[in-house]
Design a protein around this ligand. Structure first.
Ligand code: AQP
Length: 333
């Protein structure tokens, strides 16, 4: 029996990177026999950088719609909002007493997000990995699908669970394992192949949103940065060509084939020929998600009802775990 926990921050519209790097694998996991999946909308993580309140609420609903439109079935998986389960924040405080500053200081995502101004970064951004540990441990999750950039945080969650268990002579907290679901591609910006495709990048032309219609997708791919060379015969020929590599990676991920298979079909071809093929493929997979999202967003009461029900189910898992941690620690309640 696997219990799986993962989530995305509702920081803006979800994009192709979130879909190919995370959500598509979540659907596969949901369909595995014996797997119980909890997919969170991580609004408490989103506010570790300033968010406009109205946009945050809108993005929270839209993220729920995106999960469903991408194939996560709310009757099989629990799609819930992190802040609606107070046990996450409560457990975070208890775990914070066991998280070492030195380890938090080594987290590369904090360094990346805080940039040169680390002294001015908020405590929430610094403590983000402790909240992530609470997110996982409060469900006694056994498996967590993580991208490359989250591996360090998962390791910290394992260490915090081990510290708790050693300190209180128990085996109550489960050390979660990373899930390997096959290749989860890292999708890069359409305008700079060295930067990750990101919700918070300023220019909308850098990403394909899951809400983009066929015309928008085609336009973004047409305008995507490339170089003047034709496509190479082998993957080695993509080295030092980040934009070309990115478009080939996206094609391979959408078609569920290897990069080499893509090159076998397109070697020697110019981008003027490759881009329309990529565009057709992207439209065939993303436009139906966008259409379903639009449908769901026309009646938000249905989404709100689904979330209310799932939030209750998530609370039913989390509250007893928090209570047991408190009991073990001797917390007065
Ligand atoms: N470009 C990407 N390629 C592949 N996977 C990606 N993910 C995000 N971007 C890419 C995966 O999506 C999941 C959730 O991400 P998140 O919202 O929690 O935070 P993030 O990784 O910081 O995503 P963004 O889009 O870049 O958001 P902002 O701009 O708000 O920071 C993770 O599994 C991640 O690997």
């Amino acid at each position: 029996m696997k219990r799986i926990l993962s989530g995305i921050q509702p920081t803006n519209r979800l994009h192709l990177g979130n879909y190919l790097g995370a959500m598509r694998n979540w659907v596969k996991l949901q369909n595995e026999p014996g797997a119980e999946c909890l997919y969170m909308i991580a609004d408490l993580h989103a506010i570790t950088v300033p968010q406009d309140p109205e946009s945050l609420t809108r993005s929270t609903r839209e993220t729920a719609a995106a999960y469903i439109a991408a194939g996560i079935d709310p009757s099989r998986s629990i799609i819930f909002v992190q802040s609606a389960v107070p046990a996450h924040s409560q457990l975070m405080w208890l775990l914070a007493t066991m998280a070492q500053l030195g380890k938090l200081e080594r987290m590369t995502q904090f360094k990346d997000k805080a940039g040169k101004n680390a002294e001015r970064a908020g405590l929430g951004l610094f403590a983000y990995p402790v909240l992530m540990a609470a997110d996982i441990l409060v469900y006694q999750a056994t498996h967590v699908p993580v991208g490359e950039d989250q591996k360090q945080h998962l390791e910290l969650a394992r260490e915090i669970a081990a510290t708790f268990n050693t300190r209180y002579k128990t085996d109550f907290l489960i050390q979660p394992e990373p899930v390997i679901t096959g290749p989860a591609p890292r999708v890069m910006s359409l305008r700079d192949g060295t930067q990750k495709m990101s919700k918070s990048a300023e220019s909308d032309m850098t990403r394909i949103n899951l809400t983009d219609d066929a015309d928008a997708i085609a336009q973004k791919i047409r305008k995507a940065k490339t170089d003047a060379e034709p496509l190479p015969e082998s993957e080695k020929g993509l080295e030092n060509r980040p934009e070309a590599k990115n478009l080939v990676t996206i094609y391979a991920a959408l078609a569920d084939i290897s990069r080499q298979d893509v090159l076998n079909d397109f070697a020697g071809k110019q981008f003027s020929e490759f881009k329309p093929a990529l565009s057709d493929l992207a439209v065939s997979q993303i436009a139906p998600i966008a259409a379903r999202m639009q449908e769901l967003m026309t009646d938000v009461s249905e989404i709100d009802a689904l979330l209310a029900n799932a939030n209750d189910r998530a609370n039913n898992y989390a509250i007893p775990v928090l209570s047991e941690v408190e009991r073990i620690m001797g917390i007065w309640k």
